[in-house]
Write a protein that binds this ligand. Structure first.
Ligand SMILES: [Zn+2]
Length: 167
């Protein structure tokens, strides 16, 4: 099953990580928790929040909505928790979603992109993706590599956590 998410604004960084893996992720900005539950139910999304009160809400308690509670302020530890708890595939569909707005990225021709990216980038990068919604351009530069390395780290830690459970 392809998990879909709605991420509470109090753990907004998680939305970027989930989108990085390719998961359809809505970042929820409103203050009304009830609306977040409605959205999650209507669209079959899993809620990610660090609001403990939220977990006591009826729909969550009754398991009509799935929710993951994270804690602390470290986005990487929070992400680790989400991956482990839901057994997410960190290689789901990497780099297919816009990190900023969740749009589904489309490939762009290198030719057509000249002038839209710094010349140094243009010289080195062959492949480009564009978000059709916010028109942000993506390429596999250093930022991409950093996040990719982190994803591999997450995966390793998840494996270790699983092995630890089996002992
Ligand atoms: Zn976008």
């Amino acid at each position: 099953m392809d998990e879909k998410f709605v991420v509470d604004t109090n753990v907004g960084r998680i939305a970027r990580w989930l989108r990085m893996m390719g998961y359809d992720t809505v970042l929820f900005h409103e203050l009304d928790d009830g609306l977040m539950v409605k959205l999650a139910m209507a669209q079959g999304r899993i809620i990610v929040t660090k609001d403990t009160g939220f977990m006591q809400r009826r729909a969550v308690a009754m398991h009509r909505v799935k929710a993951v509670l994270v804690s602390g302020d470290d986005p990487e530890l929070q992400m680790q928790k989400v991956i482990t708890e839901l057994k997410l595939n960190t290689h789901f569909k990497p780099f297919t979603r816009c990190l900023e707005c969740n749009g589904v990225l489309r490939a762009r021709d290198r030719e057509g992109i000249k002038g839209e990216v710094p010349p140094r980038v243009y010289e080195r990068q062959e492949q480009y993706m564009e978000c059709p919604d916010c028109h942000r351009l993506y390429w596999q530069g250093t930022h991409w590599e950093d996040m990719h390395r982190k994803l591999q780290q997450f995966e390793l830690q998840t494996q270790q956590a699983v092995e630890g459970d089996q002992r």
